[in-house]
Design a protein around this ligand. Structure first.
Ligand code: 0A1
Ligand code: ZN
Length: 868
């Protein structure tokens, strides 16, 4: 008999559970090595399931201590139990109660799934299938139960005890040094949203009154002594709560909302009902220790987890194939929140950079999958950029297609009709189809097909008729024509050509529904430049015949800020890949100079983005095959040097104009962050052109900096300039932050990114640093995970040593934490783009992993798909 998860799970094989669990009463007695869990489950046959079916409960590495059915011990023949499952062969055909007692060892749990210890704090992670590591259960998202949890622990070891829902009761356990707390969550939920925490924690808190008049106590819990660093996360939580009421009409539904930061966490954070558990990287912040990017991430992730309370918790997923239903939607919601809190245009550019850097390569490589996958071997490998980021783009396209008001009506309908249910992508789209009266069957195809569609566009101007025709062609192998909303306009030498009209364009949007189509603008006085896919209105690869002069026109005159940035990026890409026309490099430099003169101080954050060249990975994706990372690196360095020299005087002047007045207080707001970003982008280019002066200026900034943003940016600049000054600065930084693991992570990552042959030895040495640990995911991501992503020349060294380093780390990590090992292995995902020599070495590294016996399912799955 098998009770473990079958090899491949398929969407088409979904069946409702044969049993339901209405109520769960848990009694968890926390102990370092031997935690006991008593689970009382009120079960009944599911009318939608198969009558008379056996009851098969999931389990994973747990020991059964006791089992009773309606208060009676079961006969040995009636039940089969193993660490990976429990089967009742002939359960009653009426409601019944099962009491299960299990035993587990939180200290031995290095997978960080289920109940584990992080820095002395007991915590849990149950998504996707960690609850079965706590007790035997129907561990699937369509089984919703009301939970009451009693947590008991040593009073000194765990003075704070937190659970889902509202606190009910707490007190001492007489005659012992132990105490308990009881929590009750009235909202039925799937097991993946269960959580508990026990430990020594400090807290900051504030009340929040919902639009429904409920007073909520909002608290952020952190390591004692770190409370001052939790203020920003608390503030972000309160802003997210108010925003979700304003923007989506969603109010919070419990009396308390707790956020807990722990230092060992596989992902960013987790939306457990009423008890969000966070990687402390996304909670703790101070000017001294966190960069502006950290603050922005904290704001976004705090909001993301909070927004899940509706998109994920109140309305959950029927099965894991529907993961994008909660994740894509919630990313869309957190992106909208951040856009409202910051600059919308700047945020949109940041979103698209992430999409292109992470999702496009994933979708172009062997790990490509539909936003709604149809099968998986290991669900933990599907928390991907495709599900999250492309999933969010689909929701954004839906809003573009329907308009803001109809979209809002559809969202309301979705929440109202699916509240308390485990829903599907079909339920989601049905709400919008009903709200709009439109047939969205064609749009649904976006969820089903892997790969990034290509959209090619050709323009033809007819001087006599004063018309301009645009012909669009879309292609995605294996897929029918998709519905692609294309925001567009025409631009001339003075700006937007507002006089031009086209009856197929509504509110600036043309919806392409066929494989190809042509639209015609009237009243076009002169040959225009088309501004296409404004705001990146669809996640496609745009192919146009735009020349360099056209792009310079868009950079200067497009009213759409996204496309101005896109024009600059396009020019830089053409320059780095050798596709640019003669003279473009100088013209590009002049255009940036003009931009800096007239606009940089008005919007420094935008200016910093205009100055930032596409990354080496972006260039590789643009080239698409036969990639030689050394050539890309050289081309990018060359352009950086040129820009640094061409813009030098202006960059220095900007740095002076943007200098922080002495004694100015720190604020993490977007405008202040934008000034810092531009100042540091200027330093980066200046140092590229003149390393000697740049190194001195960077060293001075490291000394004088009053924020981590400025200190780290200067250290990053200096880290690219070999010499004693760099080594001294790195040593000093390491010593200064020796007791700050999150800051040391930045230091690890910076050194792993140095594009020099010595970096492999540097990484090897840093692995023996006292702060480094293979059991802490943040440390591993900082020193090893960042290496393939930020250092393409050394990862893809022609001798294969970079691949070997990562492959060895995957194998060393797999027995400790398979999720993190598998994630690390995905960094091989673009190996097929490499020139044949490097490609062969990457493949050999993958094959070596595949051939290793006793791989986890997580790593085996990624390895197999990567070479298939
Ligand atoms: N739902 C979380 C992501 C998450 C997924 C799995 C985890 O377990 C290791 C943890 C977190 C989110 O979207 O934030
Ligand atoms: Zn999420």
């Amino acid at each position: 008999m098998r009770t473990d998860t079958p090899q491949t799970v398929r969407l088409e094989e979904y069946r409702p559970s044969d049993h339901l669990i209405d109520r769960v009463e848990l009694d968890v007695r926390l102990d370092d090595r031997e935690t006991r869990v008593s689970a009382v489950l009120a079960l009944r046959p599911n009318p939608a399931g198969e009558a008379g079916a056996a009851l098969r409960l999931d389990g994973d590495e747990i020991d059964l201590v006791a089992l009773e059915l309606d208060g009676a011990v079961l006969a040995p023949d009636d039940v089969t139990a193993s660490p990976s499952g429990l089967v009742l062969h002939a359960p009653p055909s009426r409601p019944f109660v099962l009491r299960i007692e299990t035993r587990l060892d939180p200290s031995a749990n290095t997978k960080l799934m289920g109940l584990y210890r992080s820095g002395g704090v007991y915590c849990t992670q149950c998504e996707a299938d960690g609850f079965r590591r706590i007790t035997y259960f129907l561990d699937r998202p369509d089984v919703l139960s009301v939970y009451t949890t009693r947590i008991e622990a040593d009073r000194d070891e765990a003075p704070v005890l937190l659970g889902n829902g509202n606190p009910v009761e707490a007190g001492p356990v007489p005659g012992t040094n132990r105490h308990f707390a009881v929590w009750h969550d009235p909202h039925p939920k799937p097991a993946y949203l269960f959580a508990l925490v026990g430990g020594r924690l400090g807290r900051v808190s504030a009340p929040f009154t919902t639009m429904e008049g409920r007073t909520v106590e909002v608290a952020v819990h952190v390591e004692p002594g770190r409370e001052a660093r939790a203020g920003y996360a608390l503030d972000a939580t309160l802003r997210a709560m108010a925003w979700d009421e304003r923007a989506f009409g969603r109010a919070y539904d419990l009396d308390v909302f707790n956020v807990v930061a722990v230092s060992d966490f596989n992902m960013g954070a987790m939306e457990n009902k009423g008890l969000n558990i966070f990687n402390d990287k996304y909670v703790l912040a101070s000017a001294e220790t966190a960069t502006d990017a950290d603050y922005a991430n904290i704001e976004a992730i705090i909001a993301h987890e909070y927004f899940h309370n509706w998109s994920g918790n109140r309305v959950t997923c029927r099965d894991w194939f529907q993961l994008c239903l909660k994740e894509g939607l919630t990313v869309f919601r957190d992106q909208e929140f951040s856009s409202d809190m910051r600059s919308r245009a700047v945020h949109r550019i940041a979103e698209v950079r992430t999409l292109r850097a992470r999702q496009f390569p994933e979708d172009a490589g062997p790990l490509s999958h539909p936003v709604r996958p149809r099968q998986y071997a290991e669900i933990n490998n599907f928390y991907t950029a495709t599900v999250y980021e492309k999933g969010a783009e689909i929701v954004r396209m839906l809003r573009t297609l329907l308009g803001a008001d109809t979209f809002a009506a559809g969202m309301d309908r979705y929440f109202a009709e699916n509240d308390g249910r485990a829903a599907t992508v079909e339920d989601f789209l049905a709400a919008f189809a009903q709200a709009s009266g439109r047939d969205l069957a064609g749009f649904a195809q976006w969820y089903e097909h892997p790969g990034t569609p290509r959209l090619s566009v050709e323009g033809r101007y007819d001087a006599q008729a004063r018309t301009y025709a645009l012909t669009f062609r879309q292609s995605l192998p294996g897929a029918p024509a998709l519905m692609i909303p294309i925001a567009l306009g025409l631009v001339g030498p003075q700006g937007a050509l507002d006089g031009a009209t086209c009856d197929r364009v509504r509110d600036g949007i043309f919806v392409l529904e066929m494989a190809s189509d042509t639209i015609t603008f009237e009243n076009v006085e002169a040959p225009p430049v088309p501004s296409l896919l404004r705001g990146f209105s669809a996640p496609v690869r745009l192919e146009t015949a735009l020349g360099d002069v056209d792009r310079l026109t868009l950079l200067a005159h497009d009213p759409d800020p996204f496309n101005r940035w896109q024009a600059a990026q396009g020019l830089a890409l053409r320059l780095m890949t050798g596709a640019a026309e003669p003279g473009t490099r100088e013209a590009y430099g002049r255009a940036l100079a003009g931009f800096l003169d007239t606009e940089a101080l008005a919007d420094p954050a935008f200016a910093a983005l205009i100055l930032a060249l596409p990354g080496e990975g972006d260039v590789a994706n643009e080239i698409g095959e036969g990639v030689d990372p050394d050539r890309i690196h050289a081309a990018r360095e060359d352009l950086r040097r040129h820009l640094g020299a061409a813009l030098g005087v202006r960059l220095s002047a900007l740095r002076a104009a943007l200098a922080e007045p002495p004694g100015a207080g720190f604020s993490p707001d977007a405008a202040s962050a934008g000034r810092r970003a531009l100042r540091n982008a200027a330093l980066d280019l200046l140092a590229a052109a003149d390393p000697e002066t740049g190194a001195a200026e960077a060293a001075a900034q490291i000394e004088s900096a009053s924020t981590m943003t400025d200190r780290l940016a200067a250290l990053a600049v200096l880290s690219l300039i070999p010499g004693a000054a760099r080594e001294q600065a790195l040593d000093a930084f390491g010593a200064r932050y020796a007791d700050e693991p999150l800051v040391l992570d930045k230091w690890f990552a910076l050194q792993a990114a140095i594009p020099e042959a010595g970096t492999l030895a540097r990484i090897a040495a840093l692995r023996t640093h006292p702060a480094f640990s293979m059991t802490n995911p943040n440390r591993v991501r900082a020193l090893i995970g960042s290496f393939p992503l930020s250092n393409p020349t050394q990862f893809a060294r022609p001798d294969g040593a970079g691949f070997a380093l990562v492959a060895d780390a995957v194998l060393a990590l797999d027995p400790i934490n398979p999720q993190i090992a598998a994630k690390l292995l995905t960094s091989f995902g673009s190996w097929r783009l490499l020139e044949p020599g490097r490609g062969r070495l990457a493949r050999e590294a993958l094959e070596r992993i595949r051939a290793t016996p006793t791989l986890s399912r997580d790593v085996a799955d990624i390895a197999a798909r990567s070479v298939a």
